[in-house]
Design a protein around this ligand. Structure first.
Ligand code: HEC
Length: 197
């Protein structure tokens, strides 16, 4: 009899653990996902173009989201990156690249903050040429070094101190797509009255 009772306790333990796990998965994964998928896009949020979508894949592949978030929290210290993010910001960007670490700035609104393709290209080639002491890696493999530019090449005029001697720096297709994606990251204005974040 007592052995039987012991088994029952194991059963209770296993089933309550599984139950708590399932409840958490539903509350933290399934319900937010469902709400998000039903949220209409904010006016001004548009699907990515083909080039921007390819650039998003480069962003994922190069691991940019290990250091950059795309989620502005409704907290005073986050206002420097833009307004607080809302579900309607993400309608066309599933899976969302929210990120977890903010080693570098939040990029939800980088296209508005920094709309220059030239700036982004130089920064990707060598962040330290524009931001002294930056710890962001240089993504030099997104560029080709050539003796001279061919017609149609997108030449990046890296500051002389950082330019490879005797070579021109040419942006690859992947780099151009990535920059198109970065510049597309702009927060649309909230409709008024603003929904709660
Ligand atoms: C190891 C962490 C790290 C990784 C990985 C990383 N970054 Fe950064 N990034 C930073 C830091 C730190 C800064 C701030 C200093 C600077 O501007 O260089 C920054 C700045 C930036 C900025 C300028 C933001 C602003 O508000 O001025 C952009 C744009 C950017 N990163 C894009 C990228 C892209 C695209 C990738 C992937 C190809 C990437 N980063 C990968 C750390 C990182």
């Amino acid at each position: 009899m007592s052995e039987r009772k012991g088994m029952d306790h194991v059963g209770v333990l296993v089933f309550s653990a599984a139950g708590i796990y399932a409840a958490l998965a539903i509350f933290m994964g399934v319900i937010p996902g469902t709400v998000l998928s039903k949220s209409p896009a904010l006016a001004g949020v548009v699907p990515l173009t083909e080039a921007q979508a390819r650039g998003r894949a480069v962003y994922v592949g190069e691991g940019c989201s290990y250091c950059h978030t795309q989620f502005v929290r409704p907290l005073a210290q986050d206002h420097v990156w833009g307004r607080a993010s809302v579900a309607g910001d993400y309608t066309y960007s599933t899976p969302e690249l929210l990120g977890t670490e903010r080693t570098g700035p939040d990029l939800s609104n980088i296209g508005a903050r920094q709309p220059s393709e030239v700036w982004h290209s130089i920064h990707l080639y060598q962040p330290r040429s524009l931001v002294t002491g930056s710890i962001m890696p240089a993504y030099s493999w997104l560029f080709e070094l050539k003796d001279k530019a061919d017609p149609g090449d997108v030449v990046v005029n890296v500051p002389p101190a950082y330019a490879p001697p005797g070579k021109v720096v040419v942006a690859s297709r992947r780099e151009q797509d990535l920059v198109a994606y970065l510049i597309s990251l702009k927060q649309a204005p909230l409709p008024s009255p603003s929904p709660a974040p």
